[in-house]
Design a protein around this ligand. Structure first.
Ligand code: TXA
Ligand code: MG
Length: 308
Protein backbone atom coordinates (compact mmCIF):
# COMPACT_ATOMS: atom_id res chain seq x y z
CA UNK A 1 0.00 0.00 0.00
CA UNK A 2 1.30 3.42 -0.93
CA UNK A 3 0.59 6.56 1.04
CA UNK A 4 -1.86 8.85 -0.76
CA UNK A 5 -0.59 12.45 -0.56
CA UNK A 6 -3.20 15.12 0.00
CA UNK A 7 -1.98 18.11 -1.98
CA UNK A 8 -3.22 21.68 -1.67
CA UNK A 9 -4.50 23.39 -4.82
CA UNK A 10 -1.52 25.76 -4.61
CA UNK A 11 1.16 26.22 -7.29
CA UNK A 12 3.42 23.89 -5.24
CA UNK A 13 0.69 21.26 -4.83
CA UNK A 14 -0.11 21.34 -8.54
CA UNK A 15 3.55 21.08 -9.50
CA UNK A 16 3.92 18.09 -7.16
CA UNK A 17 0.87 16.47 -8.80
CA UNK A 18 2.27 17.10 -12.30
CA UNK A 19 5.60 15.55 -11.26
CA UNK A 20 3.83 12.41 -10.03
CA UNK A 21 1.84 12.20 -13.28
CA UNK A 22 5.04 12.55 -15.33
CA UNK A 23 6.40 9.61 -13.37
CA UNK A 24 3.44 7.49 -14.51
CA UNK A 25 1.54 7.74 -11.21
CA UNK A 26 -2.21 8.18 -10.67
CA UNK A 27 -3.43 11.47 -9.21
CA UNK A 28 -7.02 12.55 -8.44
CA UNK A 29 -7.96 16.13 -9.22
CA UNK A 30 -11.11 18.26 -9.10
CA UNK A 31 -13.12 19.14 -12.19
CA UNK A 32 -16.37 21.13 -12.13
CA UNK A 33 -18.35 17.86 -12.52
CA UNK A 34 -16.68 15.27 -10.25
CA UNK A 35 -13.14 14.42 -9.15
CA UNK A 36 -11.24 12.59 -11.88
CA UNK A 37 -8.50 9.99 -11.42
CA UNK A 38 -5.81 11.08 -13.86
CA UNK A 39 -3.04 9.18 -15.57
CA UNK A 40 -0.88 10.13 -18.58
CA UNK A 41 -3.10 9.21 -21.57
CA UNK A 42 0.00 8.48 -23.70
CA UNK A 43 1.38 5.94 -21.21
CA UNK A 44 -0.37 2.55 -21.25
CA UNK A 45 1.16 1.56 -17.90
CA UNK A 46 -0.11 4.75 -16.26
CA UNK A 47 -3.59 4.09 -17.69
CA UNK A 48 -3.50 0.47 -16.51
CA UNK A 49 -2.72 1.89 -13.07
CA UNK A 50 -5.93 3.94 -13.25
CA UNK A 51 -8.01 0.82 -13.96
CA UNK A 52 -6.18 -1.06 -11.21
CA UNK A 53 -6.79 1.67 -8.62
CA UNK A 54 -10.51 1.78 -9.46
CA UNK A 55 -10.82 -1.99 -9.47
CA UNK A 56 -12.82 -1.83 -12.69
CA UNK A 57 -14.10 -5.24 -13.79
CA UNK A 58 -13.94 -4.21 -17.47
CA UNK A 59 -12.09 -1.77 -19.73
CA UNK A 60 -14.60 0.99 -20.44
CA UNK A 61 -13.00 3.62 -22.63
CA UNK A 62 -11.94 6.70 -20.65
CA UNK A 63 -12.33 10.45 -21.20
CA UNK A 64 -9.15 12.30 -22.21
CA UNK A 65 -8.84 15.70 -20.54
CA UNK A 66 -6.93 18.48 -22.29
CA UNK A 67 -6.30 22.16 -21.54
CA UNK A 68 -7.88 23.67 -24.65
CA UNK A 69 -9.30 23.13 -28.12
CA UNK A 70 -5.86 23.28 -29.77
CA UNK A 71 -4.73 20.34 -27.60
CA UNK A 72 -7.96 18.48 -28.42
CA UNK A 73 -7.34 18.98 -32.16
CA UNK A 74 -4.00 17.20 -31.82
CA UNK A 75 -5.71 14.00 -30.71
CA UNK A 76 -9.15 14.08 -32.39
CA UNK A 77 -10.72 15.10 -35.70
CA UNK A 78 -13.49 17.70 -35.64
CA UNK A 79 -16.00 18.60 -38.33
CA UNK A 80 -18.01 21.84 -38.60
CA UNK A 81 -20.67 20.82 -36.12
CA UNK A 82 -18.43 19.25 -33.48
CA UNK A 83 -16.15 22.30 -33.70
CA UNK A 84 -19.15 24.54 -33.09
CA UNK A 85 -20.13 22.44 -30.06
CA UNK A 86 -16.58 22.57 -28.70
CA UNK A 87 -16.49 26.34 -29.07
CA UNK A 88 -19.87 26.68 -27.36
CA UNK A 89 -19.36 24.34 -24.39
CA UNK A 90 -15.61 24.22 -23.69
CA UNK A 91 -14.25 24.65 -21.20
CA UNK A 92 -17.12 23.00 -19.36
CA UNK A 93 -19.02 19.84 -18.36
CA UNK A 94 -19.13 18.57 -21.93
CA UNK A 95 -17.43 15.63 -23.68
CA UNK A 96 -17.22 14.87 -27.40
CA UNK A 97 -16.57 11.39 -28.83
CA UNK A 98 -14.61 11.95 -32.04
CA UNK A 99 -12.47 10.00 -34.51
CA UNK A 100 -8.84 9.77 -33.42
CA UNK A 101 -6.48 12.09 -35.30
CA UNK A 102 -3.40 10.72 -37.09
CA UNK A 103 -0.40 10.60 -34.71
CA UNK A 104 -2.71 11.09 -31.72
CA UNK A 105 -0.27 9.39 -29.35
CA UNK A 106 -3.08 8.11 -27.09
CA UNK A 107 -2.55 4.64 -25.55
CA UNK A 108 -4.92 1.99 -26.94
CA UNK A 109 -6.00 1.13 -23.40
CA UNK A 110 -7.61 4.60 -23.08
CA UNK A 111 -10.00 3.98 -25.97
CA UNK A 112 -10.26 0.23 -25.29
CA UNK A 113 -8.95 -0.23 -28.82
CA UNK A 114 -11.68 1.88 -30.49
CA UNK A 115 -10.85 4.31 -33.28
CA UNK A 116 -12.74 7.07 -31.50
CA UNK A 117 -11.79 9.02 -28.40
CA UNK A 118 -13.79 10.91 -25.78
CA UNK A 119 -12.30 14.39 -25.18
CA UNK A 120 -13.14 17.09 -22.67
CA UNK A 121 -11.75 20.50 -21.72
CA UNK A 122 -12.67 20.99 -18.05
CA UNK A 123 -13.33 24.51 -16.76
CA UNK A 124 -12.26 24.00 -13.14
CA UNK A 125 -9.27 26.28 -12.45
CA UNK A 126 -7.39 23.51 -10.61
CA UNK A 127 -7.94 21.05 -13.49
CA UNK A 128 -6.79 23.75 -15.91
CA UNK A 129 -3.70 24.53 -13.83
CA UNK A 130 -2.83 20.83 -13.57
CA UNK A 131 -3.25 20.24 -17.32
CA UNK A 132 -0.99 23.23 -18.05
CA UNK A 133 1.63 22.13 -15.50
CA UNK A 134 1.55 18.54 -16.77
CA UNK A 135 1.62 19.66 -20.39
CA UNK A 136 -0.17 16.65 -21.89
CA UNK A 137 -3.48 14.74 -22.08
CA UNK A 138 -4.84 13.07 -18.94
CA UNK A 139 -7.09 10.03 -19.10
CA UNK A 140 -9.47 10.40 -16.17
CA UNK A 141 -12.54 8.45 -15.14
CA UNK A 142 -14.32 9.48 -11.96
CA UNK A 143 -12.04 8.99 -8.94
CA UNK A 144 -14.07 6.32 -7.14
CA UNK A 145 -13.87 2.57 -6.72
CA UNK A 146 -15.78 0.84 -9.47
CA UNK A 147 -19.44 0.43 -8.59
CA UNK A 148 -19.48 3.23 -6.01
CA UNK A 149 -20.75 6.81 -6.21
CA UNK A 150 -18.72 9.46 -8.03
CA UNK A 151 -16.70 11.70 -5.67
CA UNK A 152 -17.37 15.41 -5.40
CA UNK A 153 -14.90 16.19 -2.60
CA UNK A 154 -11.30 15.20 -1.88
CA UNK A 155 -12.61 13.42 1.24
CA UNK A 156 -14.80 11.20 -0.96
CA UNK A 157 -11.73 10.35 -3.05
CA UNK A 158 -9.71 9.47 0.04
CA UNK A 159 -12.55 7.37 1.46
CA UNK A 160 -12.48 5.19 -1.65
CA UNK A 161 -8.92 5.28 -2.93
CA UNK A 162 -6.63 5.92 0.08
CA UNK A 163 -3.51 3.81 -0.35
CA UNK A 164 -4.39 2.98 -3.99
CA UNK A 165 -3.30 6.23 -5.70
CA UNK A 166 -0.30 8.55 -5.37
CA UNK A 167 -2.15 11.75 -4.51
CA UNK A 168 -5.31 13.83 -4.56
CA UNK A 169 -5.32 17.57 -5.20
CA UNK A 170 -7.89 19.15 -2.88
CA UNK A 171 -9.84 21.79 -4.78
CA UNK A 172 -12.89 21.80 -2.54
CA UNK A 173 -16.34 20.55 -3.54
CA UNK A 174 -17.28 20.25 -7.24
CA UNK A 175 -19.92 22.72 -8.43
CA UNK A 176 -21.80 20.57 -10.94
CA UNK A 177 -21.66 17.29 -9.03
CA UNK A 178 -22.87 15.36 -12.07
CA UNK A 179 -20.71 13.93 -14.84
CA UNK A 180 -20.23 15.68 -18.17
CA UNK A 181 -22.73 15.39 -21.00
CA UNK A 182 -21.32 13.12 -23.72
CA UNK A 183 -22.18 13.66 -27.39
CA UNK A 184 -20.71 11.90 -30.39
CA UNK A 185 -20.79 9.14 -32.93
CA UNK A 186 -21.49 9.25 -36.65
CA UNK A 187 -25.07 10.47 -36.15
CA UNK A 188 -24.24 12.86 -33.30
CA UNK A 189 -26.11 11.13 -30.49
CA UNK A 190 -26.52 11.95 -26.82
CA UNK A 191 -24.37 9.21 -25.28
CA UNK A 192 -24.80 10.33 -21.66
CA UNK A 193 -26.89 13.14 -20.20
CA UNK A 194 -24.90 15.32 -17.82
CA UNK A 195 -23.79 18.78 -16.78
CA UNK A 196 -24.82 20.57 -20.00
CA UNK A 197 -28.60 20.36 -20.55
CA UNK A 198 -29.57 18.55 -23.76
CA UNK A 199 -31.77 21.45 -24.82
CA UNK A 200 -28.75 23.78 -24.90
CA UNK A 201 -26.94 21.37 -27.20
CA UNK A 202 -29.95 20.77 -29.43
CA UNK A 203 -30.35 24.53 -29.83
CA UNK A 204 -27.16 24.31 -31.89
CA UNK A 205 -27.49 20.87 -33.48
CA UNK A 206 -31.20 20.21 -33.86
CA UNK A 207 -32.53 16.99 -32.35
CA UNK A 208 -29.72 14.64 -31.30
CA UNK A 209 -29.87 11.08 -32.60
CA UNK A 210 -30.82 8.16 -30.40
CA UNK A 211 -27.63 6.65 -29.06
CA UNK A 212 -26.28 3.76 -31.04
CA UNK A 213 -26.64 0.77 -28.72
CA UNK A 214 -23.19 -0.39 -29.66
CA UNK A 215 -21.66 2.83 -28.39
CA UNK A 216 -23.76 3.40 -25.27
CA UNK A 217 -23.05 -0.02 -23.89
CA UNK A 218 -19.28 0.32 -23.70
CA UNK A 219 -18.89 -3.03 -22.00
CA UNK A 220 -20.48 -4.78 -24.95
CA UNK A 221 -18.60 -6.70 -27.58
CA UNK A 222 -19.70 -4.59 -30.53
CA UNK A 223 -18.56 -1.31 -29.02
CA UNK A 224 -15.07 -2.65 -28.55
CA UNK A 225 -12.28 -3.50 -30.86
CA UNK A 226 -12.82 -7.11 -31.92
CA UNK A 227 -10.06 -8.95 -33.77
CA UNK A 228 -10.90 -10.19 -37.25
CA UNK A 229 -9.45 -13.61 -36.47
CA UNK A 230 -10.63 -16.35 -34.12
CA UNK A 231 -9.59 -16.11 -30.47
CA UNK A 232 -9.21 -19.21 -28.25
CA UNK A 233 -8.82 -18.82 -24.48
CA UNK A 234 -6.98 -20.77 -21.77
CA UNK A 235 -4.60 -22.22 -24.33
CA UNK A 236 -1.43 -23.99 -23.23
CA UNK A 237 0.04 -24.15 -26.73
CA UNK A 238 -0.63 -22.82 -30.22
CA UNK A 239 -2.22 -25.04 -32.84
CA UNK A 240 -0.87 -24.99 -36.38
CA UNK A 241 -2.93 -22.00 -37.57
CA UNK A 242 -2.48 -19.98 -34.36
CA UNK A 243 -0.15 -17.51 -32.73
CA UNK A 244 0.18 -17.76 -28.95
CA UNK A 245 -0.35 -14.78 -26.66
CA UNK A 246 1.43 -15.71 -23.45
CA UNK A 247 1.28 -14.68 -19.80
CA UNK A 248 4.10 -15.34 -17.36
CA UNK A 249 7.30 -17.20 -18.21
CA UNK A 250 6.46 -19.47 -21.18
CA UNK A 251 7.37 -19.90 -24.83
CA UNK A 252 4.96 -17.88 -27.00
CA UNK A 253 4.78 -15.45 -29.93
CA UNK A 254 4.03 -12.41 -27.79
CA UNK A 255 3.89 -12.14 -24.01
CA UNK A 256 1.48 -9.89 -22.09
CA UNK A 257 3.84 -10.00 -19.13
CA UNK A 258 6.86 -12.26 -18.77
CA UNK A 259 6.78 -11.59 -15.02
CA UNK A 260 3.03 -12.35 -14.72
CA UNK A 261 2.30 -8.73 -13.74
CA UNK A 262 -1.41 -8.05 -14.36
CA UNK A 263 -0.98 -4.26 -14.61
CA UNK A 264 1.67 -4.70 -17.29
CA UNK A 265 -0.55 -7.24 -19.07
CA UNK A 266 -3.47 -4.77 -19.07
CA UNK A 267 -1.23 -2.04 -20.46
CA UNK A 268 -0.14 -4.29 -23.32
CA UNK A 269 -3.46 -6.03 -24.04
CA UNK A 270 -4.98 -3.94 -26.85
CA UNK A 271 -1.68 -3.37 -28.67
CA UNK A 272 -1.01 -7.10 -28.46
CA UNK A 273 -4.42 -8.00 -29.92
CA UNK A 274 -3.94 -5.48 -32.73
CA UNK A 275 -0.50 -6.74 -33.66
CA UNK A 276 -1.44 -10.44 -33.51
CA UNK A 277 -4.63 -9.71 -35.48
CA UNK A 278 -2.39 -8.21 -38.17
CA UNK A 279 -0.61 -11.55 -38.61
CA UNK A 280 -3.88 -12.92 -40.04
CA UNK A 281 -3.53 -16.06 -37.93
CA UNK A 282 -5.90 -17.09 -35.17
CA UNK A 283 -4.97 -16.13 -31.63
CA UNK A 284 -4.56 -18.58 -28.77
CA UNK A 285 -4.35 -16.93 -25.35
CA UNK A 286 -2.72 -18.41 -22.26
CA UNK A 287 -4.75 -18.53 -19.01
CA UNK A 288 -4.82 -15.22 -17.12
CA UNK A 289 -5.50 -15.26 -13.36
CA UNK A 290 -8.93 -13.81 -12.65
CA UNK A 291 -8.04 -11.55 -9.70
CA UNK A 292 -7.32 -7.81 -9.71
CA UNK A 293 -6.97 -6.44 -13.25
CA UNK A 294 -7.08 -10.03 -14.49
CA UNK A 295 -10.89 -9.90 -14.23
CA UNK A 296 -11.02 -6.98 -16.67
CA UNK A 297 -8.50 -8.63 -18.99
CA UNK A 298 -10.52 -11.85 -19.02
CA UNK A 299 -13.75 -9.91 -19.57
CA UNK A 300 -12.20 -8.30 -22.64
CA UNK A 301 -10.75 -11.58 -23.90
CA UNK A 302 -14.08 -13.40 -23.51
CA UNK A 303 -15.72 -10.71 -25.66
CA UNK A 304 -12.99 -11.05 -28.26
CA UNK A 305 -13.45 -14.84 -28.26
CA UNK A 306 -17.28 -14.77 -28.35
CA UNK A 307 -18.85 -16.06 -31.57
CA UNK A 308 -20.11 -13.24 -33.80
O1 TXA B 1 -17.54 14.51 -15.83
C1 TXA B 1 -16.94 13.57 -16.32
O2 TXA B 1 -17.11 13.22 -17.49
C2 TXA B 1 -15.94 12.82 -15.43
C3 TXA B 1 -14.83 13.82 -15.11
C4 TXA B 1 -13.72 13.19 -14.31
O3 TXA B 1 -14.32 14.38 -16.31
N1 TXA B 1 -15.40 11.67 -16.08
C5 TXA B 1 -16.11 10.53 -16.29
O4 TXA B 1 -15.40 9.50 -16.87
O5 TXA B 1 -17.29 10.42 -16.01
P1 TXA B 1 -15.89 7.99 -16.87
O6 TXA B 1 -14.71 7.17 -17.28
O7 TXA B 1 -16.54 7.63 -15.57
O8 TXA B 1 -16.95 7.94 -18.02
C6 TXA B 1 -16.52 7.88 -19.36
C7 TXA B 1 -17.69 7.62 -20.25
C8 TXA B 1 -18.12 6.18 -20.23
O9 TXA B 1 -19.52 6.09 -20.20
C9 TXA B 1 -17.57 5.67 -21.54
O10 TXA B 1 -18.30 4.60 -22.03
C10 TXA B 1 -17.66 6.89 -22.43
O11 TXA B 1 -17.32 7.93 -21.59
N2 TXA B 1 -16.68 6.85 -23.54
C11 TXA B 1 -15.37 7.09 -23.47
N3 TXA B 1 -14.78 6.92 -24.67
C12 TXA B 1 -15.76 6.57 -25.54
C13 TXA B 1 -15.80 6.25 -26.92
N4 TXA B 1 -14.69 6.27 -27.66
N5 TXA B 1 -16.98 5.95 -27.46
C14 TXA B 1 -18.11 5.94 -26.70
N6 TXA B 1 -18.14 6.23 -25.38
C15 TXA B 1 -16.99 6.53 -24.81
MG1 MG C 1 -17.74 6.97 -13.29
Amino acid sequence: MKKTHQLAASPQGIEAAATLLRAGQQVAFPTETVYGLGGDARDADAVAGVYAAKGRPSFNPLIVHVADLAAAERIARFDDITLRLAQAFWPGPFTLVLPLAPDHGIAALVTAGLDTVAVRVPAHPVAQALLHAFGGPLAAPSANLSGTISPTTAAHVIAGLEGRIAAVVDGGPCQVGLESTIVGGTHLALLRPGGVPTTEIEALTGPLAQPDARITAPGQLASHYAPGVHVRLNATHANKDEVLLGFGPMPCDLNLSETADLTQAAARLFDALHSLDATGRNIAVAPIPDHGLGAAINDRLRRAAAPR
